[in-house]
Design a protein around this ligand. Structure first.
Ligand SMILES: NC(=O)c1ccc[n+]([C@@H]2O[C@H](COP(=O)([O-])OP(=O)(O)OC[C@H]3O[C@@H](n4cnc5c(N)ncnc54)[C@H](O)[C@@H]3O)[C@@H](O)[C@H]2O)c1
Ligand SMILES: [Zn+2]
Length: 405
């Protein structure tokens, strides 16, 4: 074999691998114009209510790792708790778990995402849970596993890599035994991708609600609490074809948004004194009927106690308003549950499978004209992360997001 033959063989190999989409098994290369810098900025929460923008070297990639250039990340209620009180004892910590960005480099073993979809440099991704104790876990044995038993990027203890949260320029997704899960979501726009994580909470909640068998096309449904969680709940119900939704909140602006999101009815609890009057208002809104089903989307124990009064005999309740301990609620077991035969389900975060359903939900929501992007009311650059968190605490908007340039 002479030199010329070797060259031709090599060229044919390269052309073929280009045609089949298999990159040559060599060191990962960033696409032209998207060169990987030596360092990345990370917003580290270094003390209560204070982030510092720190610069860290970008580590070299292992064969299973992925480097993602961050495009944006939502600020979550959990970030607010961590910002104010550090309940998880993580400070100093790189926060941000509702993020998304573009793959700029990846190890040679990375071929597909957690759902088996092919990935390449340039694809847009989100991360989901980290199953450190079970890195072999697959999409289809996950119904029983939700994030409650797993870690997530954006809530990891700081370590020698530091690029662990989405409030940053770059995030380093570790492969292999680290147990990361991630999804290729290149077919969703940036706002939709930022909303995936909170939307997955509602996909899970509505799946839990469906397990009661009570939720049907023509059900009368109360959604109590019109923060991002309640509003997205309404959107998920609308994409399922549920028409009779009554939103309950004390903030008129939020109730107006609930109407835009697809609630046909609303009740402002501040207009009604006492639970009997409030329940009467809900019943009136439904033309003299109590609700078939109710979703509790506030973190208020009083709201939990109230919601039973909105539900008809034989109806159902999904309680999802408590991500953390919000205290005890007083209910009357006889009147509220037993004699009414209420079926209740709890819902906490989501499974990997719910994530994939969420991608379809977001496309469907857009398809039927729900104003999902309007949920993101405030956008800040990374340098203004402290202002972004203060705006979140002030509760003047809905979803606050960091958007990188
Ligand atoms: N189950 C889960 O996995 C999960 C995931 C994320 C968030 N959450 C929880 O869901 C809750 C809602 O999240 P959010 O981001 O929308 O919060 P949010 O604080 O923005 O919204 C809560 C809404 O409830 C309203 N509200 C308060 N008391 C009320 C009452 N008595 N009756 C009616 N409305 C009342 C408030 O006016 C507000 O609009 C939070 O407590 C959060 O911790 C749960
Ligand atoms: Zn979150």
């Amino acid at each position: 074999m002479d030199m010329n033959n070797i060259n031709i063989e090599e060229i044919v190999k390269q052309v073929l691998s280009g045609m089949t989409g298999n990159a040559p098994a060599q060191a990962p290369a960033a696409p032209a114009g998207n060169a990987v810098p030596k360092t990345a900025r990370v917003a580290m929460l270094t003390s209560l209510e204070h982030y510092d923008i720190k610069e860290f070297p970008i580590p070299s990639l292992g064969d299973d790792d992925i480097l993602v250039k961050v495009e944006g990340c939502g600020v979550c209620g959990t970030d607010a708790h961590e910002f104010k009180r550090d309940p998880f004892g993580l400070i100093p910590v790189a926060l941000g778990h509702e993020g998304t960005g573009e793959i700029v480099a990846m190890g040679k073993n990375v071929k597909v995402d957690t759902a088996g979809k092919p990935v390449k440099v340039g694809d847009k991704v989100v991360t989901c849970m980290i199953f450190k104790d079970d890195p072999e876990i697959t999409m289809y044995d996950l119904n029983k596993k939700n994030v409650g038993g797993a870690d997530v990027y954006g809530l990891l203890p700081d370590d020698d890599i530091h690029l662990n949260g989405w409030f940053s320029d770059y995030i380093f997704i570790r492969g292999g035994q680290f147990g990361s899960t991630f999804f290729n979501v290149s077919d969703l726009d940036l706002d939709s991708r930022i909303l995936i994580e909170p939307c997955a909470v509602l996909i899970h909640a509505v799946e839990r609600a469906k397990s009661t068998g009570i939720l049907r096309f023509n059900s009368r449904v109360v959604v109590q609490g019109c923060g991002p969680i309640g509003l997205i709940c309404i959107a998920v119900l609308r994409t399922m074809g549920i028409e009779n939704i009554c939103a309950v909140d004390g903030e008129q602006k939020r109730l107006d948004f609930a109407k835009k999101m697809g609630a046909s009815l609303s009740v402002n609890f501040k207009d009604h004194k006492g639970i009997e009057a409030l329940a009467g208002a809900v019943k009136d809104a439904f033309g003299g009927h109590l609700a078939d089903f109710a979703f509790q989307c506030t973190g208020s124990p009083v709201a939990h106690a109230n919601i039973y009064k909105f539900i008809r005999n034989g109806g159902g309740l999904c309680e999802l308003g408590f991500f953390i301990n919000g205290g005890d609620a007083t209910i009357n077991p006889h009147f509220d549950i037993c004699s009414k035969e209420i079926t209740t389900v709890g819902s906490w975060v989501y499974t990997l499978r719910d994530y994939v359903t969420t991608f379809d939900f977001l496309k469907r929501a857009k398809g039927i004209g729900l104003p999902m992007s309007d949920l993101i009311t405030d956008r800040f650059p990374l340098e203004q992360i402290n202002e972004a968190h203060q705006t979140n605490l002030a509760m003047t908007g809905l979803k606050i997001a960091i958007i990188n340039k």
